[in-house]
Design a protein around this ligand. Structure first.
Ligand code: NAP
Length: 311
């Protein structure tokens, strides 16, 4: 028996991914890394009832705190079974209100979506099976060519991103840009990490679930926009390319991370089930390198804490 770790399973795409994973991996242990134990336990009850999976557990993880990421990995390392076959970094937020900060003082969208997810991945690498998969839930919004209607990303080093300077722009504009930039960071990290793991059989891929209205992602949008997102936009999936239900996207995410048909894909970007090209910026090696180096620096991670060459 090996195990699967999934973040962000308490709602939306992650919840549906966990449900699918329980179906396609009935003999693996599935760990839901959740910041709210009660929500995690409720999800587990629900999945157990619907799938009959017997080996799901919830372990506390708040990606808004690097200390919590460290505590998660320490607790995880004490498990009798700790060989990871799949890690899915799915948890994410989009803060379009006033700037908020993580416990470490990092801007929250970059802090959670990029920094803490990368930290978790690096600390868990020593526990990975030689054929493990690592999957980052990215987003098509990282690519201006996709014309998603979101503010395009602007690449900067991790340090500049987590310590942003004051601006007179509207919080919505700034918040959307931070979000799309955090998703660009997910894709840049996917490529850089895969290159650093090129001598191994571990595969690192990025996943775009498409536009999935009605999940919790729009939770701090103004009520009127939230209403549209929850009740009107879901209809778009019948007419518009790459608009999906959480169920469809969650299933695809679980399949990409675990199903046999994806076992030969390494360092790729998927729009749903299809491998496609990501944005031009995401292939920029200088950006990949700057992001990696500045991220390692911010995290303060030591070489003996991970199994990938940090520098
Ligand atoms: N919905 C879309 O249209 C769309 C499109 C492209 C990409 N995505 C990506 O898909 C992923 C899932 O989003 P979703 O749409 O399913 O949104 P969601 O329903 O809001 O789910 C987000 C999940 O992340 C968890 N999370 C947030 N902050 C966390 C933290 N500090 N520590 C631990 N867990 C945390 C949430 O837990 P709580 O329940 O505790 O809040 C929740 O389980 C995200 O990475 C998002 O960027 C979504």
């Amino acid at each position: 028996m090996e195990l699967i770790i999934l973040t962000g399973a308490t709602s939306g795409i992650g919840f549906e991914c966990a449900m699918q994973m329980a179906r396609i991996a009935p003999n693996e242990q599935i760990i839901l890394a959740c910041r709210n134990q009660k929500s995690g336990d409720k999800v587990i009850q629900n999945i157990k009832q619907k799938t009959g999976h017997k080996n799901l557990i919830c372990m506390p993880l708040n990606l808004g705190s690097l200390q919590s990421v460290r505590e998660f990995t320490v607790q995880f390392s004490k498990q009798p079974n700790n060989k990871i076959i799949a890690l899915i970094n799915n948890a994410g937020i989009q803060n379009v209100a006033e700037t908020q900060y993580t416990k470490d003082g990092f801007e929250v969208t970059i802090g959670v979506n990029h920094l803490a997810s990368t930290y978790l991945t690096l600390l868990l690498l020593p526990f990975m099976d030689s054929n493990a998969s690592i999957t980052f839930t990215a987003s098509g919004t990282h690519d201006p060519k996709q014309k998603t209607g979101m503010e395009p990303p602007i690449f900067k080093s991790a340090k500049e991103l987590v310590y942003p300077t004051e601006t007179n722009e509207k919080p919505m504009t700034v918040g959307q840009r931070r979000y799309t930039t955090s998703k660009l960071c997910n894709v840049l990290t996917t490529y850089e990490l895969q290159r650093k793991l090129s001598k191994t059989n571990i595969r690192v891929n990025a996943f775009d679930p498409g536009f999935v209205p009605g999940t919790g992602l729009a939770r701090n949008y103004p009520p009127f926009l939230r209403f549209i997102s929850d009740h009107i936009l879901p209809v778009l999936r019948y007419f518009v390319h790459n608009v999906n239900t959480a169920q469809v996207s969650g299933k695809r995410l679980a399949n990409l991370a675990y199903a046999d048909q994806y076992k030969n894909f390494k360092g790729k970007y998927f729009e749903g089930e299809k491998e496609i090209k990501s944005s031009a910026d995401s292939y920029n090696k200088e950006y990949q390198d700057i992001l990696w180096t500045s991220t390692i620096d911010l995290l303060g991670i030591k070489q003996n804490e991970t199994s990938v060459q940090l520098v």
